[in-house]
Design a binder for this molecule. Sequence first.
Ligand code: FAD
Length: 295
Amino acid sequence: SDDRSLVAALRAPAPSYSFEFFPPKDDDGEAVLWQTIADLEPLDPTFVSVTYGAGGTSQERTVRITARIAEQTAMRPVGHLTLVAQTRGEIESVLKQYAAAGVDNVLALRGDPKGGPRAPWEPHPDGMTYAVDLVELAKELGGFEIGVAAFPEGHPDAASLDHDAEVLAAKARAGADYAITQLFFRSSDYFGLVERVRALGSDIPIVPGIMPILNFAQVARMAELSGAAMPAEVLEQIEPIADDKVAVRAKGIELATQLCRDLLAGGAPGLHFITLNRSRATREIFEQLRADGLV
Ligand code: FAD
């Protein structure tokens, strides 16, 4: 990591690379996470981020873990924050806790409905409706660099891909400094999003989110929930070996590494790895990209 702002790092010629974690459910899970963080820190990521759950305990863990990363490591933490089941005052208080802990980077998200990503969204009666409202609040409080979500295949509720791109451009106009995408499998979906957003006059850096297929059922479920389709060209390669866990994992690493190469070759500003709190797959992909001289 370096002393530049995160957005300066994302706008620099060298690609960024970053790692995403989630708040563990219990202390055993947290021990695994700290080991993973220790394993990944030597790679000197541009930033690491921690997702934000729907329950009070997991939300407290997110704030505590990002604060400890800021305090005890050389890495730059990004704290995710959502609007789910919280009043405007509660959301503002989390932003202030982040700031007080030295976490001055937030990923401003709406969050998914309590009934899951496909349930209808109902804002808290004293809360906020769209992620753009949170961007505005963080901007108003000041002192934050603000990231937002982007969707190469469109958000599942988006009226159209064009409207989806307009939502991202509006978040940028409200003060978002950069975006990170939902997982996806085809570089063409990512480049399509970038093109739509640029056509709207926005130059916001859009960092692709990368999640290798290590466990077929798990990725298929996450993809379905997030509205990312598992494309035929991926299914064709995984399905014939679906019963062989070792082969699936190797193929998943190979496909993700190739996706990363294509994204960087096409001008993506960096790579954001969804680690699921494990370091091995990310390190394997990273080592191959480093051998290629790409990171
Ligand atoms: P928004 O930008 O508010 O968009 C939500 C929907 O509303 C979209 O369909 C959009 O098209 C529509 N919309 C927006 N503005 C308008 C408008 N003005 N008029 C009409 N329609 C509008 N979830 C978590 O719970 N915790 C996390 O930590 C988390 N991390 C994530 C990280 C990344 C990188 C990504 C891509 C997603 C993450 N999510 C997380 C999931 C995210 O919260 C969901 O995908 C959520 O459904 C959408 O969030 P958003 O911030 O894009 O919302």
